[in-house]
Write a protein that binds this ligand. Sequence first.
Ligand SMILES: Cc1cc2nc3c(=O)[nH]c(=O)nc-3n(C[C@H](O)[C@H](O)[C@H](O)COP(=O)(O)O)c2cc1C
Length: 370
Amino acid sequence: MAHPELFTPIQLGGITLPNRIVVSPMCQYSADDGCMNDWHLIHLGSLAMSGAGLVVVEKTAVTREGRITHGCTGLYSEHSEAAMKRVIDACRRVTSNPIGIQLGHAGRKGSANVPWVGVQGLKPDESPWHTVAPSAISLGDGWPLPHELKIPELKKLVEAYVAAALRAKRIGFDAVELHSAHGYLLHQFLSPLSNQRSDAYGREPMKLPLEVAAAVREAWPKERALGARITGSDWIEGGLGPEDAVTYARELRRIGFDYVCVSSGGIAPQARIKVEPGYQVRFAEAVKKAVDIKVRAVGMIADPEQAQAIVASGSADMVAMARAFLDNPRWVWHAAERFGVRIDYPPQYARSRPDAWPGARLARSRSETA
Ligand SMILES: Cc1cc2nc3c(=O)[nH]c(=O)nc-3n(C[C@H](O)[C@H](O)[C@H](O)COP(=O)(O)O)c2cc1C
């Protein structure tokens, strides 16, 4: 096949990704008061070696109360910044590909247990904290009633995003991605299901997210990349839909954002989501058609041909994958092999190249029939 589009470089703001494959942000719920540790070093170190055009570090909280769980990473203190710098410096030693970070705030989804204990609010003996939200509406049964943020608190919140972005800049990240999907705080402002304020922040649901976006744009260098994860659908009657994603992406573009990743869901438990391969690609495509911004698709993308087709058809400029990379951190190497593309391996691992090791075919056919 001709050189596949999946393996062509793409420019995002001032940076260039060597290919269109992105490691989607993935919370590890393993930090200590926001600080990364050896788990993150090994996890991100392995993904840094993956050959993906961009690795996006997990949703990192801009304030302590903005964590989802006690185990979430943060960039709200000198300790958390230093701990993350140690990990990212180590990743830099194994890859020259760009590394980004997702900044977010859990809002009413905070004060939760780590998922392997159970997706639910912390009990009184589990050190819960007061959560915040646009309106005092809880996520559902068993979740804390959030405090409705007052206007001076919103100003502080914008400052917290900027402070975290400046910490990310000092650490040396190539990209910052604002999390405004999956039912977290910025999404809670955007969606009528969670924002029932009567002030300007309710009448104009994009007001706070765009204030955050503009302030972060101001603080984040133009020579790097700035993006956002946005919502293609709440999957609930009366919630956000693809046309809202288009409107929001257009505003982000106007502010100077370089890309959006179009995801969906998460605003409330009653959503009925039809999960199937590539189920969110049509949302990405709707944004791509309407807005002059680089677009990333995500969600149940796992097969190299499927990923290549999404990029080649112009539905999206990039694909992000999460679980496929947990399953197989060598996904990019194998996809390159499938398309006959020669990519750089770390020299220490070069002897596993299929052209250097006849066992490669055997290993692949074994794993495919397993
Ligand atoms: C372990 C895990 C942690 C995740 N953490 C985040 C996160 O920090 N931020 C985010 O936007 N999405 C997060 N997600 C969602 C993924 O980034 C991705 O959008 C979703 O898993 C669908 O893609 P996939 O089918 O390739 O897994 C997480 C997913 C997984 C599996």
